[in-house]
Design a protein around this ligand. Structure first.
Ligand SMILES: Cc1ncc(COP(=O)(O)O)c(C=O)c1O
Length: 423
């Protein structure tokens, strides 16, 4: 069980709303920092342990700055994410560039920043060499395909997923890199998303340890690191439990001592690139009820919509909802909580038991700190919300303003339209 706590009271939230109108995402700095420290402490034994925070989860430089201050690097997957890392003063090998179907200009930027380049495909070895030149250190992404059970709705089965090298391609790929004069290597994988079973991560470690030992022996190369990817889940539902990272770390240490130390590959650095685990539970989408509608079902219409948080519509994901000030009232109403998009899946909750909601009530949608704002879009001309940071002393910082209609129309030159209609 996980208690769905809030880092603010109703009165504090009302004060925040008086300054920043709903909807907005608000992130709890204290929660993020404490969690980051917990992860670093859990893996303190591991040589050169580093978490490369997955920028795609919360692409905001103020959040990246917090991550940098806690000793994290950045995992980037696009040009914009590389620039965000750079502008958050994360550079060099503190950036891991894990992209796929990568255009040359993105490799160019990654090279310019001195990032660790993680190749998604064997054909990218000559492509990278031709377009921007090979760096000293190269990493390859492993897709075990049918060799690994698992996957889920978010990431898909390994053999159906478009990412990575096959086992055979890894061997060929590292051989070709070695023959091109590369002597620094890493190995990466990302085979699961939002997984709550800690044993899954232990098995991923076993899989990567086996592969590095085999390839190092076959090719006579030395690996500097393995990157287990992200994918640590969070308890979106109150009846779920937090993943025990201390357990994962202990079990990985056992495997490290059994497999890596005797193989002569020690010290092998261990990297993670979690997003959701780091910030997910520490973000909240704050919205107000604006309409109640009773037809064949009962609906609560709020001022946020799927453009602010699309996980429920995309994956049927559960996000807990607190109605501020009504936490202790009986949850005896059954509602669909909806946004205003012209899409019937624009719902934050379906058939949810909640207290009776009136127009003007404040609803807090939990666990929106990762893959929340980040997935936003502008369908129906809906504007993306502000992002706020709740500081440990209770102050609130605006870390991204809300979009305006001017932003929405900024890419259209209306003057040409009028000139055209005059002819
Ligand atoms: C390559 C890669 N690394 C890391 C992540 C972060 O995953 P999560 O937020 O589930 O930890 C993702 C998510 O899509 C990813 O594609």
């Amino acid at each position: 069980m996980t208690e769905k706590r809030l880092p603010f009271t109703k009165a504090q939230l009302e004060e925040i709303i008086a300054q920043y109108p709903t909807p907005f995402h608000i992130y709890d700095e204290r929660g993020i920092r404490e969690n980051a420290r917990k992860l670093n402490e859990a893996f303190a034994w591991a040589p050169g342990f580093k978490e490369y925070f997955a920028v795609k989860a919360t692409p905001n430089p103020y959040i990246l700055k917090l991550c940098r201050e806690e000793g994290f690097g950045a995992d980037c997957s696009s040009l914009a994410e590389l620039i965000l890392a750079e502008r958050s003063e994360i550079r060099g090998e503190n950036i891991m560039f894990s992209s796929n179907n990568t255009p040359a200009d993105e490799y160019q930027k990654a090279r310019e920043l001195g990032a660790i380049i993680n190749l998604d495909d064997i054909t990218h070895i000559p492509y990278l060499e031709k377009e921007v030149g090979l760096p000293d250190l190269v990493c390859c992404r492993y897709n075990p395909g049918p060799l690994r059970q698992g996957g889920n709705a978010i990431i898909g089965l390994p053999e159906e997923a478009k990412y990575g090298f096959t086992k055979q391609q890894l061997l060929e790929g590292y051989r070709s890199l070695r023959d091109r004069g590369i002597h620094r290597f890493g190995l990466h994988t990302m085979v699961i998303s939002n997984e709550l079973d800690p044993n899954y991560f232990v098995e991923t470690a076993r899989m990567l340890f086996e592969v590095v030992v085999e390839i190092a022996q076959a090719l006579g190369i030395r690996f500097e690191f393995v990157n287990f990817g992200g994918g640590i889940g969070i308890p979106y539902r109150p009846e779920q439990n937090e993943v025990d990272v201390n357990y994962i770390s202990r079990e990985i240490k056992r495997l490290y001592d059994e497999m890596i130390v005797p193989s002569g590959l020690h010290p092998l650095k261990l990297f993670l690139e979690s997003g959701r685990y780091i910030t997910g539970p520490y973000g909240y989408l704050v919205t107000k009820a604006i309409h109640r509608k009773e037809i064949y079902k009962n609906y609560i219409g709020v001022d946020a919509c799927m453009a602010n948080l699309m996980r429920p519509a995309l994956y049927g994901a559960y996000h807990h909802i607190t109605v501020m000030g009504k936490e202790h009232l009986p949850h005896d109403q059954t509602y669909d909580v909806t946004g205003s998009l012209c899409e019937n899946n624009d719902k934050f909750a379906i058939d949810r038991q909640l207290p009776k909601i009136e127009s003007g009530d404040i609803l807090v949608i939990h666990d929106t700190g990762a893959h929340g704002y980040a997935m936003g879009f502008n369908y129906n001309g809906k504007l993306r919300s502000a992002e706020l940071l709740l500081k440990p002393d209770g102050a609130v910082e605006l870390i991204r303003r809300a979009e305006t209609l001017e932003d929405y129309f900024a890419t259209i030159d209306f003057t040409k339209l009028y000139e055209f209609s005059k002819c």
